[in-house]
Write a protein that binds this ligand. Structure first.
Ligand SMILES: Nc1ncnc2c1ncn2[C@@H]1O[C@H](COP(=O)(O)OP(=O)(O)OP(=O)(O)O)[C@@H](O)[C@H]1O
Ligand SMILES: [Mg+2]
Length: 495
């Protein structure tokens, strides 16, 4: 009897593979970073072969760590960095260029033109998204233009996909060109109400339909992995974008349930059930998942730079040797001493949507130390999250009761405490913080019958620690006022 489900978690900075047991606990994990390429200012690329190699190697390593073989694996789930696109040759499977990564601002001018022509309302009402370089469509167009491949794409000779689609294509030896609703809903090309690629959008962004994948449920068998890869043909039975997968892995199945993931960026999603709620405050309406043809919608706040700001302290400023050192450094001071760090390295997402914002540190004085800057960096994750929560509550006219959290930066207790302080709500951290991978595993295992229903997911969820706040409202107000002044000043900075 197969004991495990294998999740492939292809993230922005690393590829991870995790084997999960039926109780939702980890049996084996392996992780590999791969290079981030910055060919020009504001532009980010990944080598698709590096993505593929790191993913397949970690899959093999995770199986080994669990002392398992392919025979012990019931199904594979894929979850991925979203919006990032790859174009490849339909005959050879060879990428025609590097992947253009979600963080890239390379299509800012293209977006600006579309906005000036007044397309924003139409795009929003169909896709739930805003016109921003973040999403896939303008990146596909940029790649097609660069390589003059539109005619070939129209003939189906060139295929496009987000990373889930690329991995699925490779895993199945080129047999399957598909994606799931959650990933399709991030492209700017998919009508989230009619559940199909939309001709008006395809025309607007100059993307031929023939190059796009078939869109399917997030749970259910997409195809089988080539026997040569992992030693057996295994069903690939779950696919979802990383943030939607985390929402699923956190068991946010009821309307109004919210999770926030603190990884490279921070992404807060609220389940809104069968309703696609349109935001008036800069949130995105997006598909959480589709199961048995039934769609669950979410409202989303996207923060582009979260834990990546801590990485910048390590790699850019060189004041840390590892991300986790930030805790010790920040603990040397009682507070940030009036220092605010707005890490708008690649512009601002929710609620500002300003691709021209850039990062800045405010409030520096003679007495400011590295410790204050470290503290302000950690706090920036919580402040940005607080802005998203404020926008979400205005849209959904709900009261937030609790926030479920996950992701690499949630090991940081003082960040979690500060988050609870700023929001004035309970912050709940589960035992398994790898909820992105876990969500992909659940989608796959539900697709094959390894798990019976979402009740299994709910039953497996276990609390590690809860953070509550006793901060005085006046103090909270003062902190937020400083942050708001800082955020105002970074906007529209870049040319
Ligand atoms: N103790 C810590 N305090 C604050 N941030 C931390 C701490 N430890 C790790 N981080 C941050 O957490 C992030 C890694 O989290 P995680 O592994 O969840 O990222 P991720 O978003 O899954 O990555 P990817 O985008 O590749 O999927 C890094 O940006 C890192 O700087
Ligand atoms: Mg991740």
């Amino acid at each position: 009897m197969a004991r495990f489900v294998l999740a492939l978690d292809q993230g922005t900075t690393s590829s991870r593979s995790i084997l999960f047991r039926k109780n939702g606990r980890i049996a084996g994990v392996a992780q590999r970073e791969f290079p981030q390429l910055f060919p020009s200012p504001g532009h980010v690329e990944h080598d698709p072969e590096a993505i593929w190699q790191s993913q397949i190697r970690t899959a093999r390593a995770a199986i080994k760590k669990a002392k398992a073989t392919a025979a012990d694996i019931n199904a594979i789930g894929i979850t991925n960095q979203r919006e990032t696109v790859v174009l490849w040759d339909a005959d050879t499977g060879k990428p025609i260029d590097n992947a253009y990564v979600w963080q890239s601002r390379i299509t800012a001018a293209q977006c600006e033109r579309l906005k000036r022509k007044g397309h924003e309302d139409m795009v929003r009402s169909k896709t739930g998204l805003v016109i921003d370089p973040y999403f896939s469509a303008t990146k596909i167009r940029a790649l097609l233009d660069k390589h003059k491949l539109r005619a070939a794409a129209r003939r189906g000779k060139i295929l496009a996909g987000t990373i889930d689609t690329f991995l699925l294509y490779r895993l199945t030896g080129g047999a399957v060109h598909a994606t799931d609703y959650s990933n399709a809903s991030r492209t700017l090309l998919f009508d989230i109400h009619k559940l199909d690629w939309d001709q008006e959008l395809l025309d607007l962004f100059g993307v031929p339909r023939a190059m796009l994948p078939e869109v399917r449920d997030s749970s259910g068998v997409f195809g089988h992995s080539d026997k040569k890869l992992l030693g057996a043909e295994l069903p690939i039975a779950g696919v979802a974008g990383d943030q939607q997968a985390a929402t699923f892995g956190q068991g946010c199945f009821r309307e109004g349930m919210v999770k926030n993931t603190y990884g490279t960026g921070c992404f807060l999603l609220m389940n809104t059930g069968e309703r696609a709620v349109e935001s008036k405050h800069g949130l995105l309406t997006t598909i959480g998942w589709g199961i048995d043809g039934k769609i669950t919608y979410c409202l989303e706040g996207s923060i582009f730079v979260g834990g990546a700001a801590v990485q910048w302290l390590r790699d850019g400023l060189g004041i840390l040797k590892s991300s986790s050192e930030v805790e010790k450094l920040a603990a040397k001071v009682d507070d940030a001493g009036g220092v605010y760090f707005v890490p708008a390295f690649v512009g601002l997402g929710t609620p500002h949507w300003d691709p021209y914002a850039r990062g800045a540190i405010f409030g520096l004085e003679r007495g400011t130390t590295r410790a204050h800057i470290a503290r302000a960096t950690v706090e920036s994750l919580a402040y940005q999250t607080s802005d998203v929560v404020t926008a979400m509550l205005q849209d959904a006219s709900l009261k937030l009761k609790e926030l479920r959290v996950d992701g690499g930066a949630t090991v940081n207790d003082s960040l979690m405490q500060f988050q609870s302080d700023l929001l004035g709500v309970r912050v709940k951290r589960p035992v398994v913080s790898e909820t992105t991978a876990l969500g992909a595993a659940y989608l796959a295992g539900l697709g094959t019958g390894f798990w019976k229903s979402t009740k299994d997911v709910t039953d497996n969820w276990a609390l590690d620690r809860e953070f509550t706040s006793s901060l005085k409202p006046a103090k909270r107000k003062k902190l937020l006022a400083g942050w708001n002044r800082a955020v105002e000043r970074v906007q529209g900075w870049a040319e």
